[in-house]
Design a binder for this molecule. Structure first.
Ligand SMILES: Cc1ncc(COP(=O)(O)O)c(C=O)c1O
Length: 399
């Protein structure tokens, strides 16, 4: 809306919200979280495990506080954690990164994302996001003065449409966001899809911002396809990850970003002025976490695969049509059998009348159209009894 003279005068007299603040809103998760609490719904909405982190990791956090690791440390993150991350990435993927020059510890991957965007985006720059998309991508781009350019994944399988992606690239495009395993769809993008994104980045000299928070949660023997392992891509990749999901510690707010040395220099400055550093004792515990053996990650993925299967089978039996979730925490399901056309209305009905909270997938679009309102997201990052309780309540949909 054009500002009138009156508006301008008012905003000068009463300091108000910035344009960037007015251009973004709280993600849908907050709204559903409050609704779920009000109605005491079984909560399959959030990406929050309802079980604790591994005992030895909790103990390491408590020991760190008791041993007085309670003061500032290096803003970039404690050295043992950066070294531990470099070693884990090397063990897992066979790629070396320099813990001093290329790794920064942040307050969750959320800060890693917005901080990275603030580091590389100028006003007028465009950043491509695949929608449905985790809402912080578009918000972070706007906060940084850039413009999010959504490219829709093709339903019902939510594949990358390479022609649509190529058509969205303009002279102002600076970067592409890539999240795999993908929230909300559970897609693990194929080698061909990832290759196609990399080719376009190389052709147009773009950065790729890679959200790999679910990289250890890949099912059915699939392998994550890391775009930054392709030739020529490490130099242009900003890799974002964190402790929230892999170690079931979403409240700890510890994440990290791996980026080329020149970009890391900038990220360190932005990070220092935004949060100074991530909490020291929790970084100590995180350093212990990244040293866990390969068996930890195998068991974690196997446990989640079992829960995914349990939830998918239960939802299908009730009448939902589930997209095959290949990775991450979520199943996206169509609900047309129940006669609803609008995912927000259906989500509200589920919470209020059925007692189960789930997320309407249209909340992952900047400008959702009718065809984007036909899917719900259910989380299986829950104990089996929680999933069972949710499925029992959802049985009421059958009557
Ligand atoms: C795809 C994705 N990226 C990032 C985050 C945020 O992670 P963190 O807790 O590290 O900020 C989430 C949380 O749900 C997520 O699903």
């Amino acid at each position: 809306m054009e500002a009138t003279g009156q508006d301008e005068k008012l905003s000068m007299e009463v300091p108000g919200l910035s344009n960037r603040t007015q251009a973004i809103k709280l993600p849908i998760f907050r709204e559903v979280f409050v609704l779920a609490q009000t109605h005491r719904a079984v909560n399959l909405a959030g990406g929050t495990p309802d079980f604790p982190p591994p005992e030895e990791i909790k103990a390491a956090a408590m020991e760190a506080i008791a041993a007085n690791y309670n003061q500032y440390d290096l803003g970039q993150g404690i050295r043992s954690l950066r070294e531990g991350i470099a070693a884990k990435v090397n063990r897992t993927y066979g790629v070396s990164f320099d813990p001093d020059m290329e790794i920064t510890i942040t307050c969750g991957s959320t800060e890693a994302m917005t901080g990275s965007l603030l580091t590389v985006i100028n006003p007028g720059d465009e950043v491509i996001i695949f929608e449905p998309a985790f809402p912080t991508y578009a918000a972070g781009i706007i906060i940084s003065g850039g413009t999010p350019v959504p490219v829709k994944l093709n339903p019902p399988d939510f594949t990358i449409d390479v022609e649509k992606l190529a058509a969205a690239i303009s002279p102002r495009t600076k970067a592409i966001f890539l999240n795999s395993p993908h929230n909300p769809t559970g897609r693990v993008f194929s080698a061909a899809e990832v290759r196609a994104v990399a080719d376009l980045c190389l052709e147009h000299n773009l950065l790729v911002i890679v959200d790999e928070i679910y990289d250890h949660l890949v099912y059915d023997g699939l392998a994550p396809q890391n775009i930054w392992r392709l030739p020529g891509m490490k130099e242009r990749s900003i890799i974002i990850n964190g402790f929230s999901k892999t170690y079931s510690a979403t409240g700890w707010r510890v994440g990290w970003v791996i980026a080329p040395a020149a970009i890391t220099k900038g990220i360190k400055i932005i990070h220092n002025h935004m949060t100074l550093q991530a909490p020291t004792p929790l970084q100590m515990a995180a350093a212990k976490a990244v040293g866990l053996p390969a068996s930890y990650y195998q068991e974690l993925a196997a446990t989640y695969q079992k829960r995914r299967d349990m939830l998918a089978a239960g939802l299908e039996e009730i009448g939902f049509e589930c997209l095959n979730s290949q990775g991450g925490y979520f199943i996206v399901a169509r609900f047309r059998k129940f006669g609803w056309q609008d995912d927000y209305a259906f989500a509200r009905y589920l919470v209020e009348k059925i007692g189960v909270a789930a997320i309407p997938v249209s909340g992952f679009y900047t400008d959702p159209k009718q065809e984007d309102r036909l899917f719900m997201r259910f989380g299986f990052c829950k104990r089996e009894e929680t999933l069972q309780a949710a499925l029992e309540r959802l049985q009421k949909l059958k009557i």
